[in-house]
Design a protein around this ligand. Structure first.
Ligand SMILES: Cc1ncc(COP(=O)(O)O)c(C=O)c1O
Length: 364
């Protein structure tokens, strides 16, 4: 009754997880703070100073009551401008943004085509939609094309990620063409691509020079490269209008935190101002990974298949002894255990080199 059997089963299969506190002294190569903005003191100071100018420092209510603040509106505008979208809405988290999108967009007579490796938030929402849900093989253009061609639904929605969170691979560009040619709405989750790729580091739409069309939707998180917390959805005016009227995480939740929104806005400005030097740092890290581990990285995620739940934790512990923290990811997040290493901008190149060499020895 009290889930003791379930916990025992998790422990037995080496899938048991717990929250752990790590010392500030470890070298963080596990988090998604891609650009080290979560440690940027200047952004923190600017945010605190500016927030003090306002009467309230908390959102107090849903955006649709009186929780909508100038800070929210300014940031939504800035995101739209930077990404070339007509309209946008911010939410309390990326998880909520995916729930909002998948649940609200897939109506009774619609069909949702979702990549089998789409984030858990989208998969959770897919389980609750009234329309049809079709999973397609991971990043597999022919499978998607075949499935979409035989679909009779008037409205089709495709859900994919820009860079996949666990494999670290990039969306196949042809998926944009399939969506446009089949008149499908395309949702791209840019949690791991925004802030990492594209000329101004805005993500895959920019990276592939995609001209934004009314069927395109971009979803992002502010808890990764932006070093803050929250999520956003960018789309055409009528889609945003529809979501604001229909998506439960927008309607029935307190508006996003003012502090986090302002901090995210400062982060966006920082990224746009510093995109050239950030690009250089990202490229250097990708080259190090290629030289030492012979892995091509689309972004800053290095995914190393270990395939053994005990061994993956051992490797993580070995590295921890040397003060390196990397992710040891097991089921159900992935099918087979991986070491997930983030070659963050901000971690010194020589230190990264040492870590990559240590990993190379451990996986021999
Ligand atoms: C691909 C992807 N989408 C969505 C999310 C959820 O974003 P957030 O952490 O802002 O809730 C994550 C975060 O883990 C993610 O990896």
């Amino acid at each position: 009754m009290y889930y003791k059997t379930e916990i025992r089963a998790l422990k037995h299969s080496n899938r048991y997880r717990k929250r752990e506190y790590f010392s500030d002294d470890i070298i963080d190569c596990a988090s998604n703070d891609y650009l080290s903005l979560a440690e940027n003191e200047e952004l923190l100071k600017l945010t605190c100073k500016e927030l003090q100018k306002y009467k309230t420092h908390a959102p107090k209510a849903s955006m649709l009551v009186n929780g909508y603040h100038k800070i929210h509106q300014n940031f939504e505008k800035a995101l739209c401008e930077a990404n070339g979208f007509e309209d946008g809405v911010i939410l309390g988290s990326g998880f909520n943004a995916n729930i909002a999108l998948i649940e609200a967009l897939t109506r009774r007579s619609d069909t949702l085509f979702i990549d089998e490796k789409f984030h858990a938030s989208g998969q959770l929402a897919a389980g609750n939609v009234s329309g049809e849900v079709i999973f397609f093989s991971h990043n597999n253009v022919s499978d998607l094309r075949e499935k979409i061609l035989t679909c009779k639904s008037k409205r089709k929605i495709i859900a994919v990620e820009g860079i996949y969170s666990m494999d670290g691979d990039i969306i196949d560009r042809e998926i944009f063409e399939i969506a446009d040619n089949s008149d499908a709405i395309l949702v791209v989750d840019e949690a791991h691509s925004s802030g990492v790729i594209g000329k101004k580091l805005m993500g895959v739409y920019e990276h592939f020079h995609i001209k934004i069309k009314p069927n395109h939707i971009k979803m992002g998180t502010l808890g990764k490269a932006y070093g803050s917390f929250g999520g956003y959805i960018l789309a055409s005016k009528h889609i945003i209008d529809y979501l604001v009227n229909r998506a439960k995480p927008i309607i029935y939740a307190t508006a996003p935190s003012l502090f986090d929104t302002l901090l995210s806005h400062k982060a966006l400005e920082y990224i746009l101002q510093n995109h050239k030097s950030l690009h250089v740092s990202i490229k250097k890290r990708q080259k190090l990974v290629k030289d030492i581990l012979d892995i091509e990285c689309a972004g800053l995620i290095v995914s190393i298949l270990i395939g053994d739940n005990i061994r993956v934790k051992e490797i993580q512990q070995e590295l921890l002894k040397k003060s390196f923290l990397v992710g040891a990811i097991r089921q159900p997040t992935v099918d087979r255990a991986i070491i997930r290493l983030i070659v963050r901008v901000g971690v010194d190149e020589n230190i990264l080199k040492k870590l990559l060499n240590d990993i190379s020895e451990l996986i021999k």
